[in-house]
Design a protein around this ligand. Structure first.
Ligand code: AHM
Ligand code: MG
Length: 363
């Protein structure tokens, strides 16, 4: 029998007092949050600054992506005689280089790399691990559609100085921080450390992320449904029925508007601010969907829950899944609480409820 989602945690009361009209840099905001925890060592704050820096560096590269034909396409040679790289590889390198020497991490894992990324010899090893998708939706770059970086931080749980696989394979509920950067009409960074979800917009004239969306709350009344229904023919019948419900076709409710960018960060960001549900269901050809549990689903689930929303894999709470592999996939229903709870009314057939099926896979 499919399992109903486990109890989702109670919302935590947002503790930050700033409004969108105070001028607060991300740095000041992080320091103020850290001061609320006298035992904090500043290491987690350092990770968040480094991510803001990496986000600015990647934003800079993404902004000139349309010039690749002029400056040299991937695989070609640029005017300096250097080989051009794909943007997702560049973004990956930017993040690795922003973090490998800081002494705060003991290891990293990236959607772009097959194995754990260890801290190079000679650098101090810290007590956190970072998992990230350096440039999600990168196939959209060619057509000038927003893309994003997604990240997730856990405390090291193994002994010894090196980060191990066990440190990476922790359920999402153990995340100590998570967030994303969206490279859209403006660049925004949204993060949580479990004290609400907060958004910062990059002011390009001064190169600073400024607090623009304190204490984000996902609207209870959803407006949007984001799903790629080209997979409908492969969905199990309950998933088709669920989508008919969202579209108001079964007469139970009024329809949601369909909006699908095909760039998870962009679809999630719109639904976070405007209210809605993002769905990437399991289908007969991909029993565990497409999206990655550790690099995509868990961090956005943490943000969603902190904003009063939910995330489910169609079986239960995403952040309760015990990962077994670094690149594990998961179906994903993410966004406004009531819409994600509706998923429980459409239990999946038995062949879709084994979380160990079809988790492996390449990039
Ligand atoms: P990527 O990590 O290779 O960029 O793939 C993830 C992207 C998500 O941003 C998006 O939600 C999804 O793939 C879209 O997939 P599809 O084209 O199957 O709808
Ligand atoms: Mg991705």
């Amino acid at each position: 029998m499919p399992r109903a989602p486990s109890t989702f945690p109670l919302e935590r009361r947002p503790v930050v007092k700033h409004t969108a009209t105070s001028v607060v840099t991300i740095e000041r905001f992080i320091i103020e949050q850290e001061r609320m925890f006298p035992e904090a060592t500043g290491e987690l704050s350092g990770i968040l600054y480094d991510m803001a820096l990496a986000g600015k560096l990647i934003a800079n590269k993404v902004r000139s992506a349309g010039l690749v034909d002029i400056l040299g396409a991937a695989g070609a040679t640029n005017v300096q005689g250097e080989a051009q790289q794909k943007l997702d590889i560049i973004a990956n390198e930017i993040i690795v280089k922003a973090f490998d020497h800081g002494g705060r991490l003991c290891a990293m894992a990236s959607e772009e790399e097959p194995d754990i990324i260890h801290i190079p010899e000679g650098f101090r090893s810290g007590k956190y691990v970072l998992l990230f998708d350096p440039l999600d939706g990168s196939s959209n770059i060619d057509v000038n559609v927003p893309v994003g970086t997604i990240f997730s931080v856990y405390r090291k749980i193994t002994r010894g100085t090196r980060g191990e696989m066990e440190d990476m394979l922790q359920p999402g509920r153990r995340q100590v921080a998570a967030g994303y950067v969206i490279y859209g009409s403006s660049t925004m960074l949204v993060y949580t450390t479990g004290q609400g979800a907060h958004g910062f917009t990059l002011d390009p004239s001064i190169g600073e992320f400024l607090l623009s969306h304190p204490n984000i709350r996902i609207p209870e009344k959803a407006r949007y449904l984001s799903v790629n229904d080209a997979y409908e023919q492969d969905w199990p019948e309950p998933t088709r029925a669920l989508m008919r419900r969202y579209r108001g076709l079964d007469g139970v409710r009024s329809p949601l508007n369909v909006r699908y960018v095909g760039s998870l960060v962009a679809d999630f960001h719109r639904n976070l601010l405007g209210g809605g549900v993002f769905c990437y269901p399991a289908n007969a050809k991909a029993r565990r969907g497409k999206l990655r549990l550790l690099y995509e689903a868990n961090p956005l689930a943490f943000i969603a829950e902190q904003a009063g929303g939910l995330a489910s894999d169609g079986i239960g709470r995403v952040m309760d899944i015990q990962p077994t592999e670094l690149h594990q996939r998961t179906p994903l229903y993410l966004g406004s609480r009531a819409e994600v709870e509706t998923v429980q009314e459409f239990p999946l057939p038995p062949e879709f409820v084994d979380r160990r099926v079809g988790t492996a896979g390449g990039a």
